[in-house]
Design a protein around this ligand. Structure first.
Ligand SMILES: Cc1cc2nc3c(=O)[nH]c(=O)nc-3n(C[C@H](O)[C@H](O)[C@H](O)COP(=O)(O)O)c2cc1C
Length: 194
């Protein structure tokens, strides 16, 4: 069975809502999701670290705060340097998701850094591989309605509850992305074992 670690921080629940959709996608692929929600102090447990080491694929998630990942996620990332030194997580499929309130919101910076983080660990970054839903007929209920390709960039308006945001199309994109990462990780698992 393929294990996919979904490691994310969420201050107000919107990124957690997107993580739920990603987790559903991992399940849809027949893989086992391992949910690791980084707590408010940014410190994950030894059991979490062991689960990360055992994962076949990794999906990173953070809200966009001030144009980049939340500090709690960065704290986790800095702590992962102990694994980086031994390249323990190299060769694994990786992806990422972020949520912002504004339509652009500078969340491309967050995604760019998540990719850099994965590359420092020697991972195989996979984007969502979805065409954009960018015609006049499309709405925020359609997957990839904003047209991302590097990772999953979702929107939850600043006054939205977690029932109102991220948009339905972003949640569906999250499900499809989780499924894609799990399927790619299953194909790649023999290469990690070798
Ligand atoms: C400290 C802070 C900084 C933020 N910075 C940005 C930003 O740079 N761009 C943006 O569009 N939204 C920004 N937001 C809005 C959040 O990205 C948005 O509310 C997101 O849904 C929060 O996710 P969460 O509920 O998982 O914490 C910021 C929110 C906070 C609390």
């Amino acid at each position: 069975m393929t294990n996919i670690a979904i490691i994310y921080f969420s201050g107000y629940g919107h990124t957690a809502k997107l993580a739920e959709a990603v987790i559903q996608g991992v399940r849809d692929a027949g893989a086992t999701p391992v949910e690791i929600r980084i707590p408010e102090d940014g410190v994950i447990t030894d059991a979490d670290w062991a689960a990360i080491e055992a994962a076949d694929g990794l999906i990173y998630g953070s809200p966009t705060y001030m144009g980049n990942a939340a500090w709690q996620f960065k704290r986790f990332a800095d702590a992962s340097s102990k694994l980086w030194m031994r390249q323990v997580l190299a060769g694994r499929v990786a992806g990422g998701f972020t949520v912002s309130a504004s339509t652009v919101g500078d969340k491309g910076e967050t995604m760019s850094w998540l990719m850099t983080f994965a590359q420092q660990h020697g991972q195989l970054w996979a984007g969502p591989g979805m065409l954009p839903s960018n015609t006049l007929a499309h709405t925020p209920a359609d997957a990839n309605w904003t047209g991302f390709s590097t990772g999953l960039l979702a929107i939850a308006r600043s006054d939205s509850s977690t029932d109102q945001g991220p948009y339905a199309g972003d949640l569906e994109a999250g499900r499809l992305y989780g499924k894609r990462i799990a399927e790619l990780a299953a194909r790649n698992a023999p290469a990690i074992a070798a």
